[in-house]
Design a binder for this molecule. Structure first.
Ligand code: GLP
Length: 242
């Protein structure tokens, strides 16, 4: 793993954006695995800026998002489809038809999981998978536990996850109880993984994930097995990596 800690926000964001922009500039038909959450918002804003300045074009790029809540309408303000459209897609020159997110409203959720896996299998692997991390070590919505799933699946969100995400909703009751998420094997198939970790509240989980034992109790620790991972930490999250 290549682990870098940044003293300021601009270095963190510019490095992350630079990695994606050089990949896309080298391969204009790149396939990107994208993530939601507050962590990549600054990166997405930087990519929008670079796109507007003509430094990178996403015309030929295809994207696959990690996860989506079950049961939120697509146009709900907190669906991950809305998040991606608002924070990135509608501001750049990407073809929206080439942006894929699991459908959390499918009539048959199990079939939707299989469909998403087939699509990843036929079109993958992604060139770069972007990841954040939950306070409990989840990646995508792969929650810690005795076992993990390899492929896309419906998962029950842990209370810790629902509580953390309640800040985006008016009350915790509104946070969905389930989500569709890519599995750990699908994530690990990416040619390269870029894990972003921000904030003092993530310092402990960053240490566990990056230097602790590899265990399903901390799904992000599995990334230690991947041959090509870059981890960017801000000053707060990087307390143990100076
Ligand atoms: C969310 C997403 C994850 C994300 C994580 C951390 O619920 N499903 O993909 O990495 O939780 O979110 P944040 O960046 O807001 O801390």
């Amino acid at each position: 793993m290549n682990i870098y800690t940044f003293q300021n926000e601009s270095g963190f964001v510019q490095t992350a954006a630079g990695i994606i922009a050089s990949l896309v500039n080298t391969n204009p038909r790149a396939k990107l695995g994208l993530a939601t959450g507050s962590t990549p918002v600054g990166l997405y804003a930087k990519l929008i800026e670079m796109n507007k300045e003509g430094l990178v074009s996403f015309k030929g790029v295809t994207t696959y998002n990690l996860d989506e809540y079950v049961g939120l309408p697509d146009n709900h303000s907190e669906s991950y489809r809305t998040f991606m459209n608002e924070k990135l897609f509608k501001h750049i020159d990407i073809n929206l038809a080439q942006t894929f997110i699991p459908n959390g409203n499918a009539a048959d959720l199990e079939e939707e999981c299989r469909r998403y896996d087939r699509m990843l299998e036929e079109n993958g692997p992604v060139d770069l998978q972007l990841l954040g991390i939950g306070h409990n070590g989840h990646i995508g919505f792969n929650e810690p536990g005795e076992t993990l799933h390899s492929g896309t699946h419906v998962t029950t969100l842990q209370e810790k996850t629902r509580t953390a995400n309640a800040r985006f909703f008016s009350s915790i009751e509104e946070v969905p109880t389930h989500a569709i998420t890519m599995g750990v094997a699908s994530i690990m198939k990416a040619r390269q993984i870029m894990l972003l970790i921000r904030g003092e509240d993530k310092a402990e989980i960053a240490r566990r994930a990056l230097t602790g034992p590899i265990t399903t109790e901390c799904p992000a620790s599995l990334l230690q097995c991947h041959p090509n991972v870059v981890v960017l930490l801000d000053q707060g999250a990087g307390r143990y990596f100076k």
